[in-house]
Design a protein around this ligand. Sequence first.
Ligand code: OXD
Ligand code: MN
Length: 595
Amino acid sequence: MNVTVKNEKLNKWIKEVAELCRPDSIYICNGSREEYNFMIDNLLKSGLAIPLRKRPNSFLFRSDPSDVARVEDHTYISTTSKDEAGPTNNWIEPGELKKTMLDLYKGSMKGRTMYVIPFSMGPIGSPISKIGIEISDSPYVVINMHIMTRVSSRVLDLLGTNGEFIPCLHSVGAPLAEGQKDTKWPCAPIEKKYISHFPEENLIWSYGSGYGGNALLGKKCLALRIASAMAKREGWMAEHMLILRLTNPAGKQYHIAAAFPSACGKTNLAMMQPSIPGWKCECIGDDIAWMKIGPDGRLHAINPENGFFGVAPGTSYSTNPMAMDTLKENVIFTNCALTDDGDVWWEGMDGEEPSHAIDWKGRDWTPESTEDAAHANARFTAPASQCPVICKDWEKPEGVPIDIFIFGGRRTGVVPLVYETYNWDHGVFSGATAASETTAANIGAVGNLRRDPFAMKPFCGYNMGDYFRHWFNMGDRLGSKAPRIFYVNWFRKSSDGKFLWPGFSDNSRVLKWMCERVEGKVGAQKTPIGLLPDEGDIDLSGLDISRENMRELMSIDTNEWKAEIPDIENHFSVFGNRLPERLKKQLQEFIQRLG
Ligand code: OXD
Ligand code: MN
C-alpha cells in the first residue's frame, strides 16, 4: 500500500473487501493533482479517455450503451422492515440482499486495481460535512470523485484512529481472467446491477454500473439517500435542491433553494444571469442542499458537492452561458459527440451543427443521421470553483440563510408559471404533490407524468410518509423564520405546442416577484391553488411577450385541477397510516377551495 491507513475500522474494511473482491492491487488515493494526472495517463494509454484538443486537460469517455443513466428499478433501500423503506422505494431484506451481493462481489475485482477514495461531502473539517470512503475498481470513478467531492489524504488525517466514516463499496462487476483484455467500459448486465443502501448502518453497496449516480457514491447515494435518513434522525434536511444567491439593485441578498426533478433545469437556474437590470445571481450549488437550523433560528444551507455533474444536451451560451464558461478546461465529458477538430458537441449547443462527428457510440455521424450524436443524458463533470459566478461564500461552513424555497417540474399544461403557497403546510402539500414529465436522467420512458414529491422520489432514503412529517416538524421548529414556499412551471405550452415563457435568464423576473412578496412590496390574488401575481407585478420590461401569452401562462382551469384530485388521492393512498394528517387536511382544504 502507498499510504498508511491509521483508522482501525477502515483498515479492517479494506482487508475484508480485498479478501472478498480479490483485486490485483490496492491503491489509497490522496486527491493530489499528480494522482489525477497519473490516472488520466493510464486511461489515455488504455484508450478509455479521449483527449480534447480544444479544451485543455479535458477528456471524453463513452460508456457502454447499456450503462447510460441511473437505474432506479435496481436501486434499493434495505431496512429491517419494508415499512421503513416505504412504498416509493424498492426493498429487499438486508440479509437476503447482502447474500446476493456478496456472491456478486466474490472475485469481482480480479485483474483490476482496488482504489480506496477518502472524501468529504462539504468542506473538509466543517461540522456539517460528512466523511465517506469509496472503494471502487473504476479509475473513471476516481477521477470523477476528484472533481465532484473533496478527495484528500487530509480526510484520513481527520479520521484519526477511530473516527467515523460512511463506507461506500463499488464494483463495476466485470472481473478479468488472466490475460483477458478489458472492454472500453466494463460493467455488468442490467439484471446484475444493484445500487443498495442500508440506512440503518449508514452503508452503501453498488454493483454493476460505472455511470454517474450509480457509481459516484458521494452524490445521490450518500448526500441524498443516506443523508436524508441521517437528517431525519438528527433534525436537519438533505434535499435535491440547487442553492443560489440573488442580490437586488439595493444590494440586499436573498438565498433561494429550489427542488426540481432531474434534468428540469436546476443547473440552468443555479447559474442564471438575470435579464432584469441591476439584479445579480450567484451559484452556490446545482443539485444538493444540506440544511440545518442555525443559532439565529433560520435554516442555513451548504452545498455538499465540489463540482457539477450536469446534463450536456441543451446547454449552450443562450441557455446557460455560465455553465459553458465553466466547461472550458479541466472537464470530463461522458457520452457527448466528438468533432473532427477535437472538441465535444451535443444537440442544442450554439452555432452550426458539425457536418461530421463521431457519435456517443463511436460511430460516424452527420446531420442526416437518424439518431442524436450525443446521448440525451450525456454529462459534464466540472469543478464548481471554475464557474464564473460561483458565490464567494459557497464554501462557508455555516452555510447561507434560506429565504425562499421553490418547487416545480416540467408540465406542458395545468400549472401556471408561478404561485406562492398560503403557508408552510400548504407549501409542504405543494412539494408532496409535485409532478413532472419524466426525463432521460433515469433509464425508462421519457415524457410520462409522475408524482415526484420534493423531487426526492428517487432519492429519499426512508419512508416518504415520514419524510413529509419531517418537513412539517422542521416548519414547526422554524416558525416565523421559515422560508416562504413557491411553485413554478417554466414549461407550460400553448395549444399549438410552443413554450409560453422564454425561461432561462428571464426566470429572474419570477424570482424578483418572489423577493418582492417576501418584502411585502406586492400583493397577490387568492386562487384555489395559491397566491398568484397581480397583473403587472411580474417585471416584463424589455421582454417581448404578448398579454395573451401572459394570461395563458397564469391561467387556472378549475376543471383541470379537479381532474388532478383522483391522481393526488391515489398518490397519497400508498402511504397508508404514514401519511401525516396535516397533508390530508391540506387536500381537503384544496378540494373545498376548488369548489
Ligand atoms: C443528477 C440527477 O445527476 O438528478 O443530478 O440525475
Ligand atoms: Mn440531481
